[in-house]
Design a binder for this molecule. Structure first.
Ligand SMILES: [Zn+2]
Length: 201
């Protein structure tokens, strides 16, 4: 169970909001990136959030939230596609390490979503396990297909929404969420501005 020093979900979210503001403005603090911090967390960790986001090289969570060692659990897959192993990793962060916040973050011009949209629109063939990525994105593709506007961006946002729903519905996490011990939020990262928009608070 969290002790008195453990931040709550709202405090953890505010730390991420503040860190992202520093990233957007370029006034970075680079917190918790010293040898002293490394030594301080060597024996135990109390991260303030789990961030589940895309593998994209332009969206590293520790950097876009200006955090350091021991601050975040980070789970990354192509277009934050989910499965049992991934969900288990998110569960681990929330249940075993008691992180008070889970952020599911999609991003602008996601390459994996762009690929899936192309494949599903045009019947393009993809090799090997990229088929699995495309199939994992099919529900978001179908949810976004009727919407006006940019199909890739709509699919990114649908994928975030569906993944948030999956995480919120997790049998282990749902009671933690109901007890306000853990909060799950959706987010969208702009490659152009560096800004994280929390879209599903
Ligand atoms: Zn991506």
């Amino acid at each position: 169970m969290p002790d008195a020093d453990t931040p709550g979900p709202d405090e953890a979210l505010q730390w991420l909001v503040d860190g992202n503001r520093r990233w957007v403005s370029g006034r970075l603090l680079h917190p918790h990136q010293t040898v002293a911090r490394r030594l301080a967390v060597a024996a135990g960790q109390h991260p303030l959030a789990t961030v589940f986001s895309c593998i994209d090289s332009r969206v590293p969570p520790e950097i876009v939230f200006d955090r350091g060692v021991g601050d975040l659990f980070v789970v990354r897959t192509a277009a934050q596609t989910n499965d049992g192993l991934i969900q288990g990793a998110v569960e681990y962060g929330a249940e075993e390490a008691v992180t008070p916040l889970v952020v599911v973050m999609g991003h602008q011009r996601c390459g994996a979503v762009t690929l899936a949209v192309d494949v599903l629109n045009n019947g393009t063939e993809v090799p090997a396990h990229l088929v699995d990525v495309v199939e994992a994105l099919r529900p978001a593709y179908e949810a976004a297909a009727p919407l006006p506007g940019d199909q890739v961006e709509n699919t990114v946002r649908a994928q975030t929404r569906l993944t948030v729903d999956q995480v919120r519905g997790d049998s282990l996490l749902a009671p933690l969420i109901a007890g306000h011990r853990t909060r799950v939020v959706g987010a969208y990262y702009s490659l152009d501005t560096g800004c994280v928009e929390f879209v599903l608070p």
